[in-house]
Design a protein around this ligand. Structure first.
Ligand code: AHG
Ligand code: MN
Ligand code: MN
Ligand code: MN
Length: 346
């Protein structure tokens, strides 16, 4: 008689993390930090999905360090992320798009990991219920910047020292990921052993493993650029963009897809192939996206999936930030597509 088929094993993010810890790919402290991040993302998912009901659409009435009108949910998501990380007790320093300077976490008592994050990416889409996301990266602790918290050193002098410890190149990332709030709530994570995708099952509020070791297609005829900026691009980039519109030997030009959320445009690029770009232009000399908590985490993920993340000339992961909100141009996606634009820009 054939063995009764065991009921299929559901792997949740929690059980997956415990398995990686058992294998020694992450330590117990990192496991707790990642679990606290997934909790923050679940809370943000529910806030985003009910925003119009709970009067959480629209602006907060403040301008952030980026010079952007903060949305109410930018502020709330930042608070949710910060408090989940602080209560984990394993996070030493946090740096957020919505915080002017890094925050040294007094509640930290072990692990002391450095976590950088964009608590709500694509927040201009909130009022129209178009996909948004959260992006994060985790660096190993750099204890000297945390020395003497609570002694005579005032927190802000510690925070100044922590700017140095936060400004690390993406090559140092231990983990990176994002949560996309869309038709499904999708949690994507790499700890350096490939890219894993989890889908939130709202029936019992757990992220369930739905894809493992994702590989981005080597090429893809989908491009995601804000062509509204075309007139301000330099000539080499214009030539690249024009070339995508020629039918070429396949007889079909590229397709344009752009939703104005890096997380949404990136996730489609990761699964379908293609390229997302936010180039520099005459107005924004370094482009718009922030190196520390948007470009570097996404570049770590795309390289783990066999793709490429570039500023047009060099690997994003090789760039060491000089300040935490530094912007860089970004071209990210299928290797052949990123190499194509790099050739035009050479
Ligand atoms: P954020 O909402 O975190 O400030 O990021 C918005 C970014 C990115 O998500 C998106 O791809 C890009 O801004 C859109 O910029 P444009 O509206 O200039 O195209
Ligand atoms: Mn913003
Ligand atoms: Mn963003
Ligand atoms: Mn944001």
């Amino acid at each position: 008689t054939s063995k009764k088929k065991s009921s299929y094993e559901i792997v949740t993010l929690t059980t997956w993390l415990l398995k990686q810890e058992q294998r020694g790919d992450i330590d117990g402290e990192m496991t707790i930090v990642l679990a606290s991040i997934s909790t923050a993302c679940k809370q943000i998912a529910s806030l985003v999905q009910r925003a119009p009901i709970s009067d959480l659409t629209g602006v907060q009435g403040a301008v952030n360090v980026q010079g952007e009108d903060q949305k109410k949910l930018d502020v709330v998501s930042n608070e949710v992320f910060s408090s989940c990380l602080k209560s984990s007790g394993r996070t030493g320093v946090i740096a957020s798009e919505e915080e002017d300077v890094p925050v040294a976490v007094e509640e930290s008592y072990s692990g002391n990991y450095i976590v950088v994050f964009d608590p709500l990416d694509g927040s201009s889409n909130i009022d129209a219920a178009v996909s948004t996301g959260s992006i994060f990266g985790i660096y190993s602790p750099n204890d000297e910047c945390l020395a003497d918290i609570g002694d005579d050193a005032t927190l802000d002098s510690v925070e100044q020292r922590c700017v140095v410890s936060v400004c690390q190149p993406g090559n140092n990332l231990l983990a990176a990921g994002y949560c996309m709030y869309s038709s499904s709530v999708i949690f994507v994570l790499t700890i350096g052993t490939g890219v894993y995708v989890f889908t939130l099952d709202p029936m019992y509020g757990e992220f369930v493993l739905t894809q493992e070791k994702v590989q981005i297609p080597k090429a893809g005829k989908i491009y995601a650029f804000n062509e509204g900026n075309y007139a301000m691009w330099d000539d080499k980039l214009k030539k690249y963009m024009d070339s995508l519109k020629e039918p070429g030997d396949s007889g079909k030009p590229y397709s344009a897809r752009y939703i104005g959320s890096l997380v949404g445009d990136f996730h489609r690029t990761l699964l379908y192939g293609g390229i997302y770009g936010y180039p520099r232009d005459k107005k924004s000399k370094n482009g718009k996206l922030r190196l520390l908590y948007e470009c570097a985490p996404m570049s770590f993920i795309v390289e783990q999936a066999g793709g490429k993340g570039s500023d047009g000339h060099q690997r994003i992961l090789d760039i060491t930030p000089t300040e935490i909100h530094q912007r860089v141009p970004l071209f990210i996606g299928s290797v052949e597509e990123v190499e194509k634009v790099e050739k035009f820009l050479a």
